[in-house]
Design a protein around this ligand. Structure first.
Ligand code: SAJ
Length: 426
């Protein structure tokens, strides 16, 4: 196998294309965003993912990675396009329009013996019910004339370049021969173990992984709400419970964001709502967290006498040390605060663009009535709260991630489930 077309130059497709090119494959990266294509070609495309810049520039320089708005004939096609969830009733369902477009674009170029791999996360049976009918539009039969497999991506943003190579992979083939063809390709660049199964099992495995994490985060978040009612420190309760050899509770926070964990559980609910009560409830618990944080802010500001007040929001990304703001609970909280009349000041040294004007740290904090820590970026951990609160009109801090517990130890009082720090000159 020599030539590979990667459909979608996003968080998964772009690093995968760079890794494949650097391993000696001839790769064509395809994206509908022409501006992005031009930026990748000219070497000006930037994504805050460690190691990606170097991998990309060496792939482009070698001439083995090319990019284009249209696919062409190849030996293998990897589909790495987004599969967002869209609102339906009280929940959400998958939007497969990008998979549809990618498959339509590939179909005319499919030849006998080709391999098509779907990496995008999808509801069970999508390969069979949705993808195959489109790909077979050109007259070739899946599993007979061309190979089809689902190989869900599992990389963690912030560690993508490592994990794309090191992680174990689950490969679900439409037939054992399809699985073998895909395993041969992934075996050429994956250092983890490759596990072979059928396509429907692979589709569900991916959803189960992210739902497992969502349910576990929801448990931590639910505990934080219970502790708030009891005026207890949720993080201390969790830390102590985690001393048990078979207990490992995750961290409560302002909600669950990103394009995976906040989305994928809905695909299970969409497939079997009757039996996915726990998964659905976990989504609801995690989705309720932003409004809980807003309530905490309201209580603190009301107590300070400045209501509406100036709120310095630290962190806009969906999680620590990434620039991605998709489904970010921080943004949801900021919009809600703005709607209630508060003056929201946004600071995030990693995020490049967001719907709020990004300010320097001191400008955001000066004259503020509350610092609201929303993301546990590493750079925030060492900030000096004594100094920052000295710049404020009302020296209060709510730390929704628990990164400043040590600094707050002596000064905290609890307002609901967050640490409220009354700093300044006291
Ligand atoms: N979060 C908490 N508390 C925690 C852990 C996370 O509130 O204890 C929050 C984060 O702040 C963030 C959200 O959850 O808002 C999700 O972050 P994450 O680090 O758990 O996961 P993602 O979305 O960045 O990546 C996940 C990973 N899946 C699993 O760990 C099972 C990754 O391996 C997948 O490849 C990725 O989803 C994906 O693309 O599906």
């Amino acid at each position: 196998m020599k030539k590979i077309v990667v459909m979608g130059m996003g968080y998964i497709g772009l690093p995968t294309a760079a890794v494949l090119a650097n391993r000696g494959f001839e790769v064509l990266g395809v994206d509908i965003d022409k501006k992005k294509i031009e930026a990748i070609k000219s070497g000006t495309f930037e994504m805050n993912e460690p190691g990606l810049g170097e991998a990309l520039s060496s792939a482009i320089k070698s001439g083995r990675l090319k990019v284009s708005a249209r696919p062409e004939e190849a030996d293998a096609f990897l589909i790495c396009v987004p599969t967002p969830a869209v609102a339906k009733g009280a929940g959400k369902v998958s939007d497969l329009s990008y998979v549809d477009n990618a498959a339509m674009a590939i179909a005319p170029f499919l030849k006998e013996g080709n391999l098509v791999v779907l990496e995008s996360t999808v509801p069970p049976r999508t390969c069979r019910k949705f993808l195959i009918p489109i790909l077979e539009g050109g007259g070739l039969k899946a599993g007979k004339d061309f190979h089809l497999a689902h190989c869900p991506e599992r990389v963690l943003p912030g560690r993508i370049l490592h994990e794309v190579v090191e992680n174990d992979r689950v490969i679900g083939g439409l037939t054992p021969k399809c699985a073998k063809a895909a395993a041969d390709l992934y075996g050429s660049f994956c250092e983890g173990t490759i596990f072979i199964t059928d396509d429907i099992t692979a589709e569900l495995v991916k959803l189960v992984e992210n739902s497992y994490r969502d349910v576990n985060i929801a448990f931590a978040n639910e505990l934080s709400l219970i502790c708030r009612e009891m005026h207890l420190d949720a993080r201390e309760v969790i830390e102590l419970a985690n001393r048990h050899p078979r207990v490992n509770i995750l961290n409560p926070g302002p909600g669950v964001g990103g394009h995976c964990i906040a989305v994928d559980p809905w695909f299970i609910v969409e497939s079997d709502e009757r039996n996915s009560k726990l998964i659905k409830t976990a989504r609801e618990v995690n989705d309720s967290m932003p409004s809980n944080v807003v309530d905490e802010v309201e209580v603190a500001l009301a107590a300070s006498g400045y209501h509406p007040g100036n709120v310095a929001c630290l962190g806009v990304a969906y999680k620590n040390d990434v620039e991605d703001t998709r489904e970010s609970p921080a943004l949801e909280i900021m919009f809600r605060l703005q709607k209630r009349g508060h003056n929201v000041r946004a600071h995030d040294p990693i995020v490049k663009e967001c719907p709020f004007d990004l300010m320097e740290l001191e400008a955001a904090v000066k004259g503020a009535d509350l610092i609201l820590l929303l993301v546990d970026h590493t750079v925030f951990k060492g900030l000096d709260l004594e100094y920052l609160t000295g710049l404020m009109r009302t020296p209060q801090v709510i730390d929704t991630r628990g990164i400043w517990r040590k600094q707050m130890e002596k000064k905290e009082r609890y307002v609901n489930n967050a640490y409220v720090f009354q700093g300044g000159k006291s």
